[in-house]
Design a protein around this ligand. Structure first.
Ligand SMILES: Cc1cc2nc3c(=O)[nH]c(=O)nc-3n(C[C@H](O)[C@H](O)[C@H](O)COP(=O)(O)OP(=O)(O)OC[C@H]3O[C@@H](n4cnc5c(N)ncnc54)[C@H](O)[C@@H]3O)c2cc1C
Length: 261
């Protein structure tokens, strides 16, 4: 990323570990506009998720990043959580613009710009934080817009399931073949009221029936730009209510058992 754009970042750092944060520190010192993208949910997670008894083999005097020595006696050996917390505090202390939960799947050049594709498939042309916030709201707008479409147009829009499946079928990997089946059928409902093919019961492939439950569970138990996550009790109640309607009743039973219900 050599040249700054009028409305964009000069630099995108992929990965907010020690290296990414240290580079971010220096860029911030020089007033260069940048953003740090990291797949993990929190700064320091690369350390936080290592085994519990892990202590660094390097003493604290060698563990600090530029601008802020590691806050521990120089010859002590920090734990992996000390390191994780230090990195998180470091990013906050220098107000480094880290965007967590953004796993980069692809970086491509488009003319004079670079385009970063995140792991969930969003095409992100990095511009400004405010713009990015607005982009994240797209799913909320989409839902509201879809509600206002006449039935026949909504049907065409729902073609995304088939389109996604066709794209995935182009690949030869068995994993992607599985993904193609799921993509095509995860909006089908046990009672036959789903789409795109209106399949019912065991006509719906097992992997799609399984996925439908965890997909809905994930959607309702996580914050979205257009609504807050549901409490666990309400989410479990919904899954139970949809047994035999949206979801395969036998799989709902297994799911609830797994969730210790
Ligand atoms: C068990 C263990 C013990 C260690 N002990 C020490 C020690 O005592 N002292 C020492 O100096 N070093 C130690 N190291 C090495 C040290 O962890 C690394 O050198 C250091 O973390 C490297 O920093 P980094 O920023 O390059 O990578 P990381 O800290 O691994 O950070 C990379 C970041 O990039 C993110 N990322 C990766 N791919 C993507 C993507 N596609 N999109 C978005 N984000 C992405 C990750 O989520 C991660 O946050 C140890 C390593 C291990 C495994």
């Amino acid at each position: 990323m050599d040249e700054p754009h009028d409305d964009g970042y000069q630099t995108v750092i992929i990965g907010g570990g020690q290296a990414g944060l240290a580079v971010g520190y220096h860029l911030a010192q020089r007033g260069v506009p940048f953003v740090i993208l990291d797949a993990n949910e929190r700064v320091g997670d690369a350390w936080r998720t290592r085994w519990d008894s892990l202590h660094l083999f390097t003493p604290a005097l060698a563990d600090g990043l530029p601008g802020w020595p590691f806050p521990a006696p120089p010859w002590s050996f920090p734990s992996k959580d000390d390191m994780a917390d230090y990195l998180e505090s470091y990013a906050a202390r220098f107000d480094l613009p880290v965007r967590n939960g953004v796993g980069v799947a692809r970086l491509a050049r488009r003319g004079e710009r670079y385009v970063v594709t995140s792991a969930v498939g969003h095409l992100v042309e990095i511009k400004a934080p405010e713009e990015y916030e607005v982009m994240q709201k797209h799913s909320g707008y989409g839902t509201r817009i879809m509600k206002n479409f006449p039935d026949h147009e909504a049907k065409i829009l729902r073609g995304h399931a088939e389109l996604g499946s066709r794209l995935l079928e182009l690949a030869e990997s068995p994993i992607l073949a599985l993904a193609a089946t799921i993509s095509l059928s995860h909006h089908e409902k046990w009672d036959g009221s789903g789409y795109p093919r209106g399949l019912a019961g065991t006509q719906i492939p097992l992997e799609a029936r399984l996925f439908a439950i965890v997909d809905v569970w994930d959607a309702i138990t996580t914050d979205r730009p257009y609504r807050k996550s549901w409490p666990r009790k309400k989410a479990l109640k919904y899954i139970r209510e949809q047994s035999g309607k949206y979801f395969d009743p036998q799989l709902v039973e297994v799911f609830l058992e797994e969730m210790q219900e």
